[in-house]
Write a protein that binds this ligand. Structure first.
Ligand SMILES: Nc1ncnc2c1ncn2[C@@H]1O[C@H](COP(=O)(O)OP(=O)(O)OP(=O)(O)O)[C@@H](O)[C@H]1O
Length: 294
């Protein structure tokens, strides 16, 4: 177990997928995981520990050796430009997409070697994954709870509370297929929360969500973290991440450019300024003359 990272870390050159360094192990060859509770040799066990995750789609290297330590009890933001590899990384880290190389441990449990145990510890809001959308919202969240082996009465109570908290009570009986994008996001979030997991991994949870619901969701997540849970969110909204998160990783081109506490990473600038510095690029306004002809 490596120490949780607290420094903003320009990462060392990541591995090439056709020539992985010895540190990269195929997931099936991962060492037996440490127990999920407590600590190893005095070092606290990270809520999520990602080591050397890599994924190629054909010629495209989507994730190029990502390593991250997400401290337990942190509110961790993952930011990066479109196509940076955030969704691919989080999908591999949560057992949705098999990595080509690397490992992911949730509270010390190897996600790919011990998936059932690891998945009990996690609630996941994936990006763009189909829901059972011929169920009503209420049925979908209830189903998620029962699938987790929860007591039916407990599920009933929690479903009511979640639907109220996410302002979905009036639409509880409507089919999810008829929900708006924001409502779909919220019902998927309720499904991820129902079993009170220790780690929540939320891919763009605020996308399409109205400001009132977003504030409600933020409140739910902040009190969840205050009570010891860990949240990982990917987002494009730097201001939100700066205000909401304790830690952040900046990802681009399938690599981690910096990671640490938000204050360490932004280093006196705003997170947005630091992001632009790290990721590069800028405004490109040349061309498009045809848009300036009026
Ligand atoms: N199933 C796939 N097949 C082929 N290429 C893929 C696939 N999934 C992702 N990619 C590619 O991998 C790269 C990383 O994609 P990913 O969705 O992880 O980025 P992202 O950081 O989540 O982007 P965004 O912020 O736009 O959601 C992109 O170039 C994308 O086109």
């Amino acid at each position: 177990m490596t120490e949780p990272r607290h420094e903003p870390t320009p990462m060392s050159a990541p591995p090439h997928l056709d020539a992985p360094p010895h540190a990269l192990q195929p997931p099936q060859a991962a060492a037996p995981a440490a127990p999920s509770e407590g600590s190893v040799a005095g070092a606290p066990i990270a809520a999520l520990s990602i080591r050397g995750l890599a994924k190629r789609f054909g010629e495209k290297i989507a994730v190029d050796g990502v390593s991250l330590e997400v401290p337990a009890g942190s509110f961790f933001g993952m930011v990066g430009p479109n196509g940076a590899g955030k969704t691919t990384t989080l999908s591999m880290a949560t057992g949705l997409l098999r990595p080509d190389f690397g490992t992911a441990l949730v509270h010390g449990v190897d996600v790919w070697a011990r998936p059932l145990e690891a998945k009990k510890l996690m609630g996941v809001l994936p990006d763009g994954v189909r829901l059972f959308d011929r169920l009503t919202g209420e049925q979908l969240v209830t189903y998620s709870g029962l699938l987790r082996g929860m007591d039916r009465d407990v599920v009933g109570t929690r479903v009511s509370e979640l639907l109220a908290a996410l302002d979905l009570e009036a639409d509880a009986g409507s089919l999810v297929v008829d929900y708006s994008a924001g409502m779909t996001k919220k019902i998927a979030l309720a499904s991820a929360l129902i079993h009170a997991p220790r780690l929540l991994v939320l891919d763009e949870p605020f996308e399409s969500v109205d400001p009132v619901s977003a504030a409600n969701i933020r409140g739910i997540l902040e009190s969840y973290v205050a009570s010891g849970g860990t949240v990982i969110v990917s987002s494009h909204v730097m201001d939100l991440v700066q205000r909401m998160c304790s830690h952040v990783a900046v990802v681009a081109g399938g690599r981690v450019l910096a990671a640490g506490s938000v204050d360490e990473v932004r280093n006196g600038s705003t997170l947005e300024e630091r992001f632009v510095q790290l990721v590069g690029g800028g405004h490109r306004t040349e061309g498009l003359e045809w848009l300036r002809t009026f």
